[in-house]
Design a protein. Structure first.
Length: 382
């Protein structure tokens, strides 16, 4: 008698990359699969936080699959025409000591007269504060800088810090800059959503130009869903997840988007997936490491016309998925003036095939793709 496979009802539905439009692959058709929710994660204890400041955060189990490097990444040619040397003091977030020290070791093999000190405490927020005070040469941070960090820097120096993307984030590692997903209740028939629509749902500034969206029918749902209200769930400001969504989705052309007043905010990210699982008319977001409830992840596009990408591993690793995240190198650089030559060469090394191979070898974060790397290199010349 053949065996019957029973799939549990507590499953997560996701879509893969939307096919491009060709004769045999019509636009907007999706393949879906089922995946169990992840085990719940819990906030760090004070002891965990103290260990992270002193030693770095405890590393998670690695993803079984690892991406390949983008073949278009440029190699780093060591400089023979410059005397690359110097002593520098830096800081980094608690998830970055291992990667940062590996970059420094790789660079010192080429230039043994360079010393970069990255000592505890490991915390991006502390590093940003010390950068403003002038006690550090640069700081590695595993998220976007806080608005108050930027405003304090500008108040002192008259311009913003230079923030350069130096690596992709992780896919779904708890605490290690996982990609972020939007999701609805699994009974919701919605198949995809754009940033333009999300801005209309979540913001009160509507910098993307749309009219407010408050009912599911405004997103194309019909029948019993047409007049049902959209219940929104998010994370209370300030929070790294919240700031990322605010910058990517709600803010346009230098205008800082503001949240609607009636969003159901939690202080932390942990409960949001459960809120949406329990609310048939809910929509929310969280890091992929926190999808511990049976919700339906939505493919995303930056604009209404698409293309739409789901948060699959490949889409995040290729940086197709629009809520993939990046790590930043932050430094004081007056616009129009060059960086210190040694620091510039260190960044060129990090932003090279050799530097991104170190990211791949560390197996926690995702290497940059060539287009991302080129954009970072352009920032060095401004």
């Amino acid at each position: 008698m053949p065996k019957i496979l029973l799939i549990p009802s507590v499953l997560l539905t996701t879509g893969v990359l939307l096919f491009s439009q060709t004769a045999d692959r019509p636009k907007e058709k999706m393949v879906e699969w089922l995946s169990p929710p992840l085990p719940p994660n819990h906030p760090q204890t004070p002891q965990d936080e103290e260990r992270g400041r002193e030693l770095g955060r405890a590393e998670p189990a690695f993803e079984f699959l690892q991406p390949s490097l983008d073949p278009a990444l440029p190699a780093y040619p060591p400089r023979k025409d410059l005397a690359i040397s110097g002593n520098f003091k830096a800081a980094c977030s608690d998830v970055l000591p291992r990667l940062v020290k590996a970059w420094i070791a790789g660079f010192r093999k080429l230039y043994p007269n360079v010393n970069i000190d990255v000592a505890p405490p490991y915390a991006g927020s502390l590093g940003a504060i010390e950068l403003v005070r002038g006690n550090l040469d640069f700081v590695f941070v595993s998220r976007e800088l806080r608005p108050e960090d930027i405003s304090a820097f500008k108040a002192k120096f008259g311009y913003n810090p230079l923030s350069v993307a130096i690596s992709g984030g992780s896919y779904r590692h708890f605490g290690f800059l996982d990609a972020i997903g939007f999701f609805v209740n699994k009974e919701n028939p919605l198949e995809k959503i754009s940033f333009d629509q999300l801005d209309a749902i979540l913001s009160r500034t509507h910098d993307r130009g749309g009219e407010p969206i408050t009912k599911w029918g405004q997103l194309g749902l019909s029948g019993e869903w047409a007049d049902k209200p959209i219940h929104t769930y998010g994370i209370k400001p300030w929070n790294g997840f919240e700031e990322f969504i605010r910058q990517r989705v709600l803010s346009v052309d230098g205008r800082r988007g503001e949240w609607r007043d009636d969003i159901n905010f939690d202080k932390v990210v942990f409960p949001v997936a459960g809120r949406v699982e329990a609310d048939r008319y809910g929509i929310g977001y969280s890091g992929l490491a926190y999808i511990d409830s049976a919700v339906k992840l939505l493919p995303l596009s930056q604009h209404d016309g698409g293309p739409y990408y789901s948060p699959s591993y490949e889409n995040v690793a290729r940086a197709f998925y629009p809520l993939s995240r990046v790590l930043y190198f932050n430094i004081k650089k007056e616009p129009g003036k060059p960086l210190n030559p040694t620091i510039q060469e260190f960044l060129r090394f990090v932003l090279s095939r050799q530097g991104q191979q170190i990211v791949l070898d560390e197996a926690l974060f995702l290497p940059l793709r060539a287009s991302q790397l080129e954009a970072s290199l352009r920032l060095l010349e401004q």
